[in-house]
Ligand binder design. Structure first.
Ligand SMILES: Nc1ncnc2c1ncn2[C@@H]1O[C@H](COP(=O)(O)OP(=O)(O)OP(=O)(O)O)[C@@H](O)[C@H]1O
Ligand SMILES: [Mg+2]
Length: 384
C-alpha cells in the first residue's frame, strides 16, 4: 500500500495553477499567469532576485542514519537550492534513506534536516502537504485505471472532487498518459507505470518533488522522455525537483545542481556546469587511411608531441579505436580538429563523454590519495 499517508494540499493548490515566471528571469518566483502582464520585470528587483537564488529548499546538518548492521547515512551536511537537483550514488549509497528522512517517514539517528524551512523531526505532516513523492519501487494497484488512482491520490491530498478530476486530467496529459488513462494500470508497460507514479506525485501541485529513480527500467528513448518531463516540472510549473539516479551522465543534462553520495557520505555537491567543466573528457574516434593505417595512433602521437595527454579508453566498447583526453577548454576541440585534418583522417566522432558514477569515485579516490584526505579515502572505499 502507499507509504506516505494522507496529504493535504495547500489551501491555494487549485488557484496556484497555471503559473509563469516573470519576464527575463528563469530563476525568479513563479507568479499566477493572470498577473504576468502586470508583474514588474525582475531587472527592477536585482536585490530580490539575488535573495531568491540563495533560498535553501533542503538543508541537512551532520545527518546520520544507522541500521543495526549498516550506516546508511554518515554525517551528511548538504544544502540544496531551488531548481532541479540530482542526487547521484551507487546502489546502497543512501539516496532512498535520505528521501525517507526528508519526508519525515523515517527518523534520523542523529543530526538535523529541514525541507522548505520545516524540521523533518517535528513537521513531517506539513512537509508532506507541500512535497510530492515518486517512490522507487512499483507500488501501483493493478486493477484500477490511471485516472481512478490519480484522482484517489488527489482526494487524499485534500483536493475537492471536481478539482481532483481536473488536476488529474491535466497532470496525466502533462506526463503523456492522456490517451491510456482509462486502462487498468496492470496492463501498463514499465514506462507507463513510471509516468503514473510521476503524475500522482504532481497532482496536488507541490512546491517540491522527490523522484526516486524515475528512469529505472526505461529504454534510452523512455529515459530521454522522462528526463525531459522532469526538466519541464521545473521550467513550466516552478516546482523544485530532487531526482535520484545511479548515472551522473543522465542527470548532467537535466539538473542545475548535482549532489554525489557514496557510502552515506557526501562526495561532492556542485552546480552541473562546475561538474562537467572539471570532468570534461573528450572521446575521439578517427578513420584509418593508407598513409596512416592506425589513425588513432597517429593522432595520439601528434597530440603527445603537442603536450596533450591521452588515454586509450580501455574497458570501453571500441577500445583501441578511441582516444580519451581531458578538454582544457574550447581550444582543445580546435587542436583535435586541426590535428585530424592535417593528418588527412576522417573524424568519426568527438564528443564529451557521458560519465558513469564510478568514474567520479575514481577521480575522487585519486585526489584523496594525493591530498592525504582521510575522510574522503574512507568514503571512496565504500564505492560501488
Ligand atoms: N530498513 C532498513 N534496514 C536495514 N538496512 C537498511 C534499511 N534501509 C536501507 N538499509 C541499508 O542502508 C543502505 C542504504 O540504502 P538505500 O536504500 O538508502 O540506498 P540507495 O542509495 O537508495 O540504493 P539503490 O540505488 O539501490 O536504491 C543500504 O546498505 C541498505 O541495505
Ligand atoms: Mg534507492
Amino acid at each position: 500500500m502507499w507509504t506516505i499517508g494522507p496529504r493535504r494540499a495547500p489551501r491555494d493548490a487549485v488557484r496556484r495553477q497555471p503559473v509563469v515566471r516573470p519576464q527575463g528571469d528563469p530563476y525568479g518566483p513563479v507568479i499566477p499567469e493572470r498577473d504576468a502582464d502586470t508583474a514588474p520585470r525582475v531587472d527592477d528587483h536585482c536585490g530580490l532576485r539575488h535573495y531568491l537564488r540563495i533560498v535553501t529548499v533542503i538543508a541537512t546538518e551532520s545527518l546520520s542514519k544507522r541500521f543495526p548492521r549498516v550506516t546508511a547515512l554518515d554525517r551528511l551536511s548538504v544544502d540544496v537550492g531551488p531548481g532541479v537537483t540530482g542526487l547521484v550514488g551507487a546502489n546502497g549509497a543512501g539516496k532512498s534513506t535520505l528521501i525517507k528522512i526528508l519526508l519525515g517517514l523515517s527518523p534520523a539517528t542523529e543530526g538535523r534536516a529541514e525541507v522548505l524551512g520545516l524540521d523533518v523531526a517535528t513537521k513531517g505532516g506539513d512537509i508532506r502537504e507541500r512535497v510530492g513523492y515518486m517512490p522507487e519501487h512499483d507500488c501501483l494497484p493493478p486493477d484500477v485505471s490511471a485516472t481512478e488512482f490519480v484522482v484517489h491520490m488527489a482526494r487524499m491530498s485534500g483536493l475537492p472532487p471536481t478539482a481532483a478530476r481536473e488536476r488529474t486530467a491535466d497532470t496525466l496529459r502533462h506526463v503523456g498518459l492522456y490517451e491510456e488513462r482509462y486502462r487498468p494500470i496492470g496492463g501498463y508497460s514499465t514506462g507507463m507505470k513510471q509516468r503514473v507514479k510521476l503524475a500522482q506525485a504532481l497532482v496536488h501541485d507541490p512546491q517540491l518533488v522527490f523522484l526516486d529513480e524515475p528512469t529505472n527500467g526505461l529504454d534510452p528513448v523512455g529515459r530521454d522522455e522522462m528526463l525531459g518531463l522532469i526538466r519541464r516540472i521545473h521550467t513550466d510549473f516552478g516546482i523544485s525537483v530532487l531526482v535520484t539516479s545511479h548515472l551522473l551522465g543522465e542527470l548532467e543534462r537535466t539538473c542545475d545542481h548535482v549532489v554525489v553520495v557514496d557510502g552515506g557520505k557526501l562526495l561532492r555537491s556542485s552546480s552541473t556546469t562546475d561538474f562537467t567543466q572539471s570532468t570534461a573528457i573528450l572521446a575521439i574516434e578517427v578513420t584509418d587511411t593508407d598513409e596512416h593505417p592506425d589513425g588513432t595512433r597517429a593522432v595520439r602521437d601528434v597530440l603527445h608531441a603537442r603536450g596533450i595527454d591521452t588515454h586509450d579508453g580501455s574497458g570501453l566498447p571500441g577500445a583501441g579505436h578511441i582516444l580519451l583526453l581531458t578538454a582544457e577548454g574550447e581550444e582543445t576541440y580546435d587542436v583535435v580538429r586541426d590535428v585530424v585534418a592535417d593528418l588527412g583522417l576522417g573524424l568519426v566522432r568527438m564528443e564529451q563523454r557521458r560519465h558513469h558514477i564510478s568514474e567520479v569515485f575514481k577521480d575522487s579516490d585519486e585526489q584523496a590519495l594525493q591530498g592525504g584526505d582521510e575522510q574522503r579515502k574512507e568514503a571512496v572505499g565504500h564505492g560501488g
